[in-house]
Write a protein that binds this ligand. Sequence first.
Ligand code: 5AD
Ligand code: SF4
Length: 452
Amino acid sequence: MEKNKNQKKLNQSFYIENYGCQMNLSDSEIVISILSNDGFVLSNNLEKADIILFNSCSIREKAELTLKKRLEQLQFLKKKKKTLFGVIGCLSKKIINFLIEEKKIDFFVNPNSYKKISDFIRYAMDGKKSLHLNHQKNETYSDIQPFYLNQKKVTTFLSITRGCDNMCTFCIVPFTRGRERSSSPYSIIEQCKHLYQNGYKEITLLGQNVDSYRWSKGFITIGFSELLNLLALEIPSMRIRFSTSNPHDMSDKVLEIISKHPNICKHIHLPVQSGSNKILRLMNRKYTREKYLSLVNRIRTIIPECSISHDIMTGFCNEEEKDHQDTIDLMNKIQYNYGYMFSYSPRPGTYAYRNLQDNVPKDVKKKRLKEIIDLQRNHSSFRMKEYLGKVQEILIEGESKKNCQYWYGRNTQNLVVVFPKQSYKIGDFTHIQITETTSATLIGKIYRDVKK
Ligand code: 5AD
Ligand code: SF4
């Protein structure tokens, strides 16, 4: 209590920038809530704020470079105004030590210690290095009501698990976010209901591996399928999405629940990383290409209308041309709706960084990445054309960026749909008949009104 009073007196303003994934953005909403409760004031003016928080991520080298560049760009504020710079999010110790030592930032708070962020700020204000405060290990933040940044109140995100136990050899997440733990189903259901009552129409449940969601008390154990079932029944008019699914853990029970409930969206993000068994083994992904292909078959049998997206990484250690061709072959077999593609960058602290050689030349990585991006574009175009003439239920999220005369929304498969504005407003559901497609967008016209 005493601390809160002190902070209220300080009345410091803070500005927050986000670079990382959706989970990071969702964490920003928790951090804003904690800081506001401690008497800090959210500012939308970067240059006037007393504190700038950079919510960043070093899962891939590119994000880390973006952060370094941005810190460089803004150093003038430190000099001119003595603005405090704090980094939060998923960063390796190596980069944080470097940034602190080079005096580019004043403090760092890892994703397990956000409840103590005000202490970190106070230490930094006193000119102390706050890097060594004890970090919590099991934080879930399920007792914090996030400050929702999407003020249009249509769609938002909620973390249901934090951390990851999978130890993929290329991945920094288990080191930056810690062991996996799940929020209580009661707090998840309560937060979703609260969101629905406040006008939200769609929630995306987040976790590094949502399928391993598991919460137990006494004789009761709730897994991901039970959680989905409970949520779908409790809030039948709210769209429910989730990400990310791990091919190793996804069960038929989950697929059946998705198929059973109209309000659970028919889209699965199913990172494969590689189509080669040799590379999957080196990555410590706990499935084979055969198991992955069989899972995709089961998804398509149980939920025929389901869209599937992927993450693929090219140029991992020891990847030869034939491994790359296995990935191309797997992509051709599945013809994903869309995907995210990266080339491998070694991350300090990971198993691969310590034990495997980053031996695929840069130009080969680049060439392979281009090949899979081009191939995915063809597959996306093909998949989008399957919607021509079909009628889709769309949740309107806003104005199309390219043409303010058009609305923008998404169908249950998470595909972007644009259509000429008529009487609707953001947050409405409507039915759209698809008349044109590109590789990334469905274009259509209003089919008929749906009251929701
Ligand atoms: N290099 C490149 N891509 C990576 N990813 C994770 N770690 C790395 C890395 N070291 C990609 C994976 C993952 C996505 C979130 O980021 O494809 O699924
Ligand atoms: Fe990283 Fe693998 Fe966990 Fe995903 S499942 S966060 S890639 S360790």
